[in-house]
Design a protein around this ligand. Structure first.
Ligand code: PLP
Length: 480
């Protein structure tokens, strides 16, 4: 069994095993002609459940053969141009190489004595991102597992900075298009059930600042404490960007912490053409960036950034066995002092490899391409009488619904759209997402693949219309 341990004596075994695995994945990627096979839960579950985990196969080739059956063949492939569903980007090769390196070396970024150069690389990337945001000379941050954790940590810092003797009096303001991790974070942070005040959005799905001002005023009058305003730079559904400069003004006026959830919109930090869409982000107290959404990085890769490094102390605890207080005096860089996690992957390496290979402009141009594609997609939808499209894209999502000319019952139109999404998924021809706008069901394209073309978008719209029409035809038959 020792032959499976990765060390100086097994380097050749490592090389052969990993190469075999890479060959399989490369062959699978090259052969994938649809984003999904349409496999059902039951069919796949019986294959997974049928495997006896107490009887190992022992041999890499046999394990990879089995993996084809239970995973590789039927996985959902984000690199395919007709995967248009959630906030998953195709990944760039330098980052995948980084992933292979980081898991083999397996540094843990909690302390300097478990990472050395890894710590310094992560710190450079945090400084680089803070500079792109424009957070100023005292800024800092740390890599996290994702946007949800980044938002949680930001709100933890905001809670600790808020001057209140009671958690029940703290209020957090976010638009009703904000991410649900704000509500989850409030709960985890022990805030009351009324803590998150939802601010309505305007026609373009951006937070209404007049309504925000009104809510902040009301909060003050009620003797409550405006702990934080969460502005979203790239809402999950619409990619809409809240008016950051106006929100910054209100935060300053009411003494609220300004958090910008740029999990999605952070791609604009590298953009060659559209960086100005997030102007005002530099006034934030904290920012969430998800490189695994819009920097073409594999999951996980995210960071929370803060204007004032000192606020990260709210996540600091010292343990004799890990990061004793004296290490601060000795200026030993222990990232655990800033993180909610202890053992932590060296995810930063993926971004480092990417920047060192492609440069920031390379990433930014890819992101610009998907923003441009969304505009073309919007034009297609707006010109197509079969569809109703919700807002012009600020980033790269399109929310729309099939609206047949001869059906007036909105509930029936809902069912047709729900059916179209399901049928499309079952066919594997394309994968799209769904959401609700008001009380109605809509479909969603999240365009993050520069390889997707307007022809792909047009073809998927035809497929959706076809499935919806088939449903409505059958529904009519059932009624007769
Ligand atoms: C705006 C926004 N914030 C936060 C998140 C959460 O990010 P993660 O899934 O990386 O936890 C998402 C995820 O879609 C998001 O769209």
């Amino acid at each position: 069994m020792r032959s499976h341990l990765l060390n100086d004596t097994t380097a050749e075994h490592y090389r052969r095993s990993v190469t075999e695995g890479v060959e399989r994945v490369a062959a699978r990627l090259a052969a994938t002609d649809r984003p999904f096979t349409g496999v059902t839960v039951d069919a796949l579950a019986s294959r997974v459940d049928g495997i006896d985990l107490d009887r190992p196969l022992g041999d890499t080739a046999a394990v990879l053969d089995e993996l084809e059956e239970v995973y590789l063949r039927d996985a959902v492939y984000f690199h395919h141009p007709r995967y248009l569903a959630h906030l998953n980007c195709p990944v760039v090769i330098p980052a995948v190489l980084g992933e292979a390196v980081l898991s083999a070396v397996n540094s843990s970024l909690d302390t300097w004595d478990q990472s050395a150069g890894g710590t310094l690389i992560e710190r450079r990337l945090i400084d680089w991102t803070c500079a792109r945001v424009g957070l100023g000379p005292a800024a800092d941050g740390v890599f996290t597992s994702g946007g949800s954790q980044s938002n949680l940590q930001a709100l933890l810092l905001a809670r600790e900075e808020a001057k209140s003797d009671s958690l029940a009096r703290l209020r957090v303001f976010a638009s009703d298009a904000g991410h649900f991790s704000v509500q989850k974070s409030a709960k985890l942070l022990g805030l009351g059930p009324e803590a998150v005040v939802t601010v309505p959005v305007d026609h373009d799905k951006r937070m209404q600042t007049v309504a925000l001002a009104h809510e902040l005023e009301r909060c003050r009058k009620d003797g409550l404490v405006p702990m934080a305003v969460v502005a979203t730079a790239g809402t999950t559904d619409f990619g809409s960007i809240d008016p950051l400069p106006e929100i910054a003004e209100l935060c300053a006026q009411f003494g609220a912490w300004m958090h910008v959830d740029a999990a999605y919109g952070c791609g604009l930090l590298a953009s060659v053409k559209y960086r100005d869409r997030i102007d005002g982000i530099e006034r934030a107290d904290s920012v969430t960036v998800d490189y695994h959404k819009s920097f073409f990085q594999p999951v996980s890769s995210s960071a929370v950034l803060v204007r004032d490094a000192g606020t990260l102390r709210h996540a600091t605890y010292h343990a004799e066995y890990l990061n004793p207080r004296r290490t601060v005096r000795e200026r030993i860089p222990n990232q655990v002092d800033k993180s909610l996690q202890t053992t932590r992957r060296f995810d930063a390496l993926k971004l480092w490899m990417t920047l060192r290979t492609m440069g920031a402009d390379g990433i930014g141009r890819l992101f610009d391409e998907v923003c441009d594609l969304a505009v073309d997609g919007w034009r297609l939808l707006a010109a197509d009488p079969r569809f109703d499209v919700v807002v012009q894209p600020s980033l790269s999502t399109l929310v729309f619904r099939y609206v047949p000319a001869d059906v007036t019952d909105p509930a029936e139109i809902d069912r047709a759209n729900l059916h179209a999404r399901k049928a499309l998924f079952a066919s594997g021809d394309a994968v799209v997402a769904g959401t609700k706008v008001g009380a109605r069901h809509y479909l969603k394209f999240t365009l993050l693949n520069p390889e997707t073309t307007t022809d792909d978008i047009a073809a998927v719209l035809d497929l959706i219309a076809g499935h919806a029409e088939q449903y409505l035809g059958e529904s009519l038959d059932r009624a007769c």
